[in-house]
Structure formats: C-alpha cells, structure tokens
Ligand binder design. Structure first.
Ligand code: SAM
Length: 205
C-alpha cells in the first residue's frame, strides 16, 4: 500500500515546511547536485510533481522556459505559489499524481523525493505517465533518500533499480551518495537509439 494521504496532511499540520527544505544543508547540497547534473543548459517545459513548498522549484525555474510544479497538499501548493510569485514562467497546481497529470509534453520531468511513497501499482503508473509525457531526448530526474523510513514503501536504491529497468529510458548519470540516489535518464529516440550526451552534442566525441 502507498503511504496514505493522511501522512502528508499530518506532516503539513505540524509545520509549513515539514522537511525543512528551505533550511537543511542536506537539501541544499542535494539540489546543487541535481541542478549540476541536468544535461541541458535550458529546457522548454518542465514538470515537478511533489514540489512541496517550492524550494527546488525556484532553482529549476532558472533552467526552464515554463515549469509546472504540483503537490497533493493545498498548503504546500499555496506556499510554493508564494515562493515563486515573482517567476512568471512557473505555474503551481494542486494535483495528485499519477491520477492527475498534465496533458502537456515535457522535456524535463523531476521526481524528487516522491517515488518511495508509492506501492508497485502507483510506482508503475507514475513512471508510465512520466515516460509517456516526456519527449524523445527529454530528461527524467529521479532523486530519493536512501535510508529506511517507516512511512516509506521502499528505499532509494530499490526505487533506482525499478527506474533503471525501464526500456524507453537510458541512464546518462547516477550519483550513489550515502544519503541519496540520483538518476539522470533520457527518453530514447523513437527508433530506440540513445540520445546524444552533452559532449556528443558539442562535437567533443
Ligand atoms: C519529501 S517532499 C519532496 C519535496 C521536493 N520534491 C524536494 O525534493 O525537495 C514530498 C512531497 O510530495 C508530495 N506528494 C506525495 N505524494 C504525492 C502525490 N501522489 N502527488 C503529488 N504530490 C505528492 C507531498 O505532499 C510532499 O510535499
């Protein structure tokens, strides 16, 4: 069973920013690694479900012409919207994924600290939506806390194994930190070939 919705309501009932995303060095460091790992300098359209209070959202917005961020908890959406109010390229929506997913096609989808809440069915449905909604050559980012948490269905390395097995994606890079696992994946081209790496795109190899 996925982590129940009441868990998130309780978390946000005790604090506006229950994971201290705006304060913790763990988060700042992880966000810096995430941003530095993106293979493209610039994205046309990004989607970040599970955005919480929008700390990563602000940083992703620097790299996206348009960014849709979403969360299932209304107070998180309100806070993320307030945090990004000065950024006209950001839209924050109240959405529960995978059931609610934007119709748009994206060249960047970021699933950060989200997938370990999902049971097998919800994980599969979310990854299916992500693959379907990602244009060929587009980037899928997944990041997960590695350590066991009672309310998490699985750990980061377990999620990473499931993500790496998706045939439509190829792995560009992976960071196996002690605390988190980060994967940067690219959607294969329609003929099944791997998109070019940043060095290949600049003619270095
Ligand atoms: C640990 S926070 C991650 C915040 C942010 N992605 C980051 O990496 O800093 C997880 C967030 O995911 C949201 N969430 C959990 N399940 C969700 C779902 N099915 N759809 C949308 N948001 C969800 C929670 O409300 C919470 O704000």
């Amino acid at each position: 069973m996925s982590t129940p919705p009441g868990y998130f309501d309780t978390m946000y009932g005790t604090s506006a920013d229950p994971w201290d995303l705006a304060g913790r060095w763990y988060e700042q460091r992880k966000y810096a690694v995430t941003l530095a790992s993106l293979p493209r300098r610039r994205y046309r359209a990004g989607f970040e479900p599970g955005c919480s209070v929008g700390v990563l959202t602000r940083q992703l917005a620097d790299r996206c012409d348009r960014l849709i961020a979403a969360d299932r908890v209304p107070s998180a959406v309100d806070n993320a919207a307030a945090r990004t109010r000065d950024l006209p390229n950001v839209e924050v929506r109240l959405l529960t994924v995978p059931e609610q997913w934007p119709e748009d096609t994206f060249d960047l989808i970021v699933l950060s600290e989200l997938l370990y809440y999902f049971d097998d069915e919800q994980l599969r449905a979310t990854l299916d939506r992500a693959v379907t909604g990602l244009e060929p050559g587009g980037t899928l980012v997944t990041v997960h806390w590695n350590h066991p948490v009672p309310e998490h269905v699985r750990t980061g390395p377990e999620v990473a194994t499931a993500v790496a097995a998706i045939p439509e994606l190829c792995l560009l890079s992976e960071v196996r930190d002690t605390d988190f696992t980060l994967q940067i994946l690219m959607r294969r081209n329609d003929d099944g070939s791997a998109p070019r790496s940043p060095a290949q795109q600049e003619g270095l190899v």
